[in-house]
Design a protein. Structure first.
Length: 127
């Protein structure tokens, strides 16, 4: 399994477990810490955080919406400028959580690069 997919799966599992007992923002330190520990470069860490955190929020929201919470989602969507569409609320909430997780993972990857930058390759022509 490649490093990117391992990071995505690890973020998905840890964010899903944390959201069972902790508040929604607990994905931020998880994504930041895991990306600082196992992250690749900035772009891949952002995408892994986006997918891992977004899916950990979106899949349960999708399941709840299809199994009885559609009325609640529709009522909540009327409070927001979503036209009362519960499916749009599910999509937008997953996207927002994915962006939060992606930015947290990007911050972790950049923090790791700032603390321990890669050594520059020596040039072939030295004078």
């Amino acid at each position: 399994m490649s490093r990117f997919w391992f990071l995505t799966f690890l973020l998905f599992v840890l964010c899903s477990l944390a959201q069972l007992v902790l508040p929604w923002w607990s994905i931020v330190p998880i994504c930041c810490g895991v990306a600082a520990w196992r992250g690749d470069n900035g772009g891949r860490a952002f995408l892994a955080g986006l997918l891992g955190a977004g899916l950990s929020w979106w899949l349960p929201a999708l399941w709840l919406h299809t199994h009885g919470a559609a009325r609640l989602a529709a009522r909540l969507a009327t409070l927001l400028p979503l036209g009362g569409n519960g499916w749009t609320l599910v999509f937008v909430s997953g996207l927002l959580v994915g962006l939060v997780g992606g930015l947290a993972a990007l911050s972790g990857a950049w923090a790791r690069q700032a603390v321990a930058p890669h050594a520059e390759q020596p040039s072939a022509t030295r004078f």
